[in-house]
Design a protein around this ligand. Structure first.
Ligand code: HEC
Ligand code: HEC
Length: 156
């Protein structure tokens, strides 16, 4: 009986080891993957890593309160997946201007005017700062009067 039990334990041990091993080899092979080749980057750096691109895209989605499909078109062969290099959505084109504008605000109007060592906040103008979770910030800005008591400049 004991022999069977120890045999079972041994098998479990071998199994656990092989699972661990497959995990490590997987992450190693991922690590060795060649630089991703993006098809249609026009404003982001061509050599941006998969992780950086992915976290940028997630931050755009979160800042605007939308899904990837707000800017990316479904694939023709499989509509459940997106064709990320496709250019048919207007929102993708608008976003390029938004990225350039945001970068320019940081580079031109913030960074040069802070003395070294520059504080971390120097590049903190970002999508969410204006968008606040909506694609169309104008809509909430139009209602901003409701948030503040009206200010009468004449009375001062
Ligand atoms: C607000 C618009 C917007 C949203 C939302 C968005 N993207 Fe993008 N995405 C873009 C733009 C713009 C580009 C092209 C950037 C450039 O030209 O440098 C791009 C490029 C990409 C690319 C590179 C495609 C290539 O090979 O050229 C991938 C992959 C991608 N996005 C994935 C995603 C994923 C995944 C999501 C959801 C988590 C997402 N995107 C959400 C606007 C968006
Ligand atoms: C300085 C403020 C500001 C910043 C920063 C900003 N946006 Fe915008 N964005 C706007 C305004 C204002 C509009 C017009 C919205 C409207 O029509 O209500 C707009 C429109 C858009 C639209 C078009 C929405 C539509 O469906 O018509 C997209 C997409 C967008 N922005 C993405 C981004 C992304 C991504 C970033 C960050 C890289 C960004 N924006 C940064 C102010 C900003």
């Amino acid at each position: 009986m004991n022999k069977i039990l120890s045999a079972v334990y041994f098998l479990c041990f071998v199994l656990a080891l092989s699972v661990l091993y497959s995990f490590t080899t997987k992450s190693f092979s991922k690590y060795n993957e060649e630089e991703p080749q993006w098809e249609n980057l026009k404003v982001l750096p061509q050599d941006i890593s998969k992780d950086s691109l992915s976290s940028l895209m997630k931050s755009y989605s979160k800042s605007l309160g939308v899904n990837c499909s707000y800017c990316h078109t479904p694939r023709e062969d499989n509509p459940k997946k997106l064709d990320f290099a496709d250019e048919s959505k207007m929102t993708k084109h608008i976003t390029r201007g938004m990225i350039e504008m945001t970068d320019e605000i940081n580079e031109k109007y913030f960074k040069p005017h802070y003395p070294d060592p520059k504080p971390h906040q120097v590049s903190d103008v970002s999508c969410v700062m204006c968008h606040r979770g909506t694609a169309k910030p104008k809509t909430y800005l139009e209602n901003i009067g409701d948030l503040y008591p009206s200010i009468d400049v004449e009375e001062k």
